[in-house]
Design a protein. Structure first.
Length: 167
């Protein structure tokens, strides 16, 4: 079976979240994307901000994420869930995975708003995924400091917070 490698840096870092979308996804490990920074400015259909990776002015900046092996037969599910062509485009990036440089696919935002904020549950999913994969604590602290907004959809909030708490 053919696969692709996906660099998950937002809520998809959380294995349970990604497997809701791609049941056969397999985590290969924590990776680092150098020369980039994490932004929470991707405009989502629900009116909140989602994560994005952008080239940093400071080349020492980096983004942590998880490399997943995704069966090509299931990739369309992830493309649909991420909104490929409707807010994200796919780009090839080079990450450091356990000391090896690896080419991966990553979703990069095409619809951004620098003033948009994420929902609290989305931030909780990102933090839970980072903790699950042992991202350095200083980076996790930075994730926790991102300002958030309340989701008026209480059921969605409860469901996503429960998923984050399972990690």
């Amino acid at each position: 079976m053919e696969h692709c490698l996906n660099f998950a840096y937002g809520s998809n870092m959380l294995t349970a979240r990604l497997r809701q979308r791609v049941p056969s996804a397999r985590a290969l490990g924590l990776a680092v994307l150098p020369g980039h920074e994490l932004k929470w400015h991707k405009v989502a259909n629900d009116g909140s901000g989602k994560c994005d990776i952008v080239t940093a002015a400071d080349s020492s900046r980096l983004v942590y994420g998880v490399v997943y092996e995704i069966p090509l037969a299931e990739k369309h599910r992830l493309d649909r869930a991420e909104g490929l062509g409707l807010g994200y485009e796919e780009q090839t990036k080079t990450v450091d995975l356990a000391g090896q440089l690896v080419a991966v696919q990553a979703y990069v935002a095409t619809r951004i708003d620098p003033d948009i904020l994420p929902y609290a549950w989305y931030q909780a999913l990102v933090v839970a995924g980072a903790m699950e994969h042992n991202v350095p604590s200083a980076y996790i602290d930075g994730l926790r400091r991102v300002p958030v907004i309340h989701d008026a959809d209480q059921q969605r909030h409860a469901e996503q917070m429960a998923l984050a708490a399972e990690a």
